[in-house]
Design a protein around this ligand. Structure first.
Ligand code: AMP
Length: 463
């Protein structure tokens, strides 16, 4: 693995992107609703660029917080005259990630007009490309790969955005789903491996819309057409939709973690519904790791489907052993040291009357550092569970992710250099069972070669 390229602590992003082109549609308003549907992909900042506005300049609003914080009066967006719009929700990690200047869309002026850029993913060679540009005098104002792409497009020289992107995109190495607009066209792009998802839909009443996940289309009444292919560029403009392949020899390696944890259950990725995949993961888990128990509970929200699949397959009752408070942000700090020490969790609360005296199968979608598992086992025992059997609907996470999913450095992972037999002792569970990689892939329903499984297998495409 090339440690020169991957700098630990570097900014990475797992975001939601969307954007469309249409005449006579309230596109900024629709984009806002699509962002609501993509909110699970990032809660740190949100933004929309729309254009061309009055005086042909693009309209832009972005800020820190949830979509509802940045666009509290979304109905006002109906008044924005535009025929194209792009929107972004952001989740970043790594050094300097959480700062307002990194919120997107990024809007810049260059010699041919304006550009607005949004992206999801992580470029492996961004350090090298930045250094190259900086040595030529480029000044960067943000840490984002969006700004890097904008600089590359501006320097390429062509006034035709499509042409400029065709020239520069093959130089990008890594995982990306970009949407770029110059006020005339909206262009969506996926890297040659298709690590991060991006699909396109037709809008009721004319026009097209792209989004990271298909759940965004349902929210705005758009009709899913197809996934954008790895290495493909889809162009939306006044002539409609057309496409060209910009990266040679593409192959599909959609991130398997999208199915396991990240995507919304009502989304379809590569034709497979996320909820149904998770239920099947649970069923396979019950077959691989059966256990004598009284009830099955899932860790809300992402593990409910897997837990219900487990319960169904095992012939055990599915019970709501844990309740999640949905109104606590990720920056929440527990009020007292005593609460922190005792592991009291204000986000997840057990239903004592359900777990008391029971042998509980607790299903979670993944163990990363192990912090959540240790805490959950304590919570269940304190609530009176007689036994707690942890079942994980994914294999052990053994390596970090270089393609945009927030997975810490390998040495922080509970399963790094640790045999599976030791995990029960470390988490405090009576038993722990992980789903095997083969069965995980089988549950997704796609050939193994079409999925990136690097965090489980250690085989990293591109490295
Ligand atoms: P950990 O506590 O570090 O073991 O993280 C595992 C828990 O976090 C599980 O309950 C997962 O549902 C959730 N999770 C898994 N992957 C991620 C991620 N990339 N970002 C945030 N949460 C995650």
């Amino acid at each position: 693995m090339d440690h020169e390229v991957i700098k630990p602590g570097k900014l990475s992003e797992t975001c939601g992107v969307c954007g469309g082109f249409a005449d006579d549609q309230p596109l900024a308003f629709l984009t806002c609703f699509a962002l609501y549907a993509l909110q699970h992909r990032g809660q740190e900042s949100a933004g929309i660029a729309a254009g061309p506005g009055e005086g042909r300049k693009m309209w832009l609003k972005r800020g820190m917080g949830l979509v509802s914080d940045v666009f509290p009066e979304s109905a006002d967006l109906k008044g924005i005259v535009c025929r194209l719009a792009v929107g972004h929700v952001r989740y970043s990690y790594g050094e300097g990630g959480r700062s307002p200047e990194n919120s997107q869309p990024l809007k810049l002026r260059y010699r041919h007009g304006e550009l607005a850029v949004i992206h999801n993913g992580h470029l492996l060679n961004s350090g090298q490309l930045r250094e190259e540009l900086e040595s030529q005098g480029a000044i960067f104002q943000t840490d984002t790969d969006s700004e890097l792409l904008a600089h590359m497009v501006a320097r390429q020289g062509s006034s035709d955005l499509e042409q400029a992107l065709c020239e520069v995109v093959p130089r990008l190495k890594g995982a990306f789903a970009f949407i770029v607009t110059d006020g005339h066209k909206v262009i969506g792009l996926r890297d040659g491996y298709g690590f991060r998802p991006l699909s396109v839909a037709s809008l009721d009443g004319g026009g097209y819309f792209m989004a990271s996940e298909t759940c965004a289309f349902d929210t705005i009444g758009a009709e899913f057409m197809r996934d954008i292919e790895p290495g493909e560029m889809v162009i939306l403009d006044e002539e409609g939709m057309h496409s060209r392949q910009v990266i040679e020899n593409p192959c599909s390696k959609l991130c398997i973690f999208e199915y396991i944890y990240f995507a919304r259950p009502d989304s379809n990725l590569q034709g497979e519904n996320v909820h149904l995949v998770r239920r099947e993961l649970g069923r396979q888990l019950a077959r691989e790791h059966p256990v004598k128990a009284d009830i099955v509970s899932g860790v809300p929200d992402s593990s409910i489907a897997a837990a219900s699949g487990f319960a169904e397959e095992a012939g055990l009752p599915y019970e709501m052993g844990l309740v999640k408070n949905r109104y606590i942000g990720r920056t929440f700090i527990k009020p007292t040291q005593k609460m922190r020490d005792e592991g009291v969790d204000i986000k997840l609360n057990p239903v004592k009357k359900i777990v008391e005296g029971q042998r509980v199968v607790l299903v979670d979608d993944s163990i990363v550092r192990g912090t959540t598992s240790v805490k959950l086992i304590k919570i269940m025992r304190r609530a009176g569970a007689r036994e707690v059997h942890l079942r994980i609907s994914a294999p052990p996470v053994k390596g970090s992710c270089y393609y945009g999913i927030d997975i810490p450095d390998a040495h922080e992972l509970i399963a790094y250099n640790r045999p599976e037999e030791e995990i029960p002792a470390v988490t405090g569970a009576d038993s722990v069972g992980y789903l095997s990689l083969d069965k995980t892939v089988e549950a997704v329903g796609l050939p193994a070669g079409r999925l990136c499984r690097a965090c489980f297998s250690g085989e990293y495409p591109l490295l």
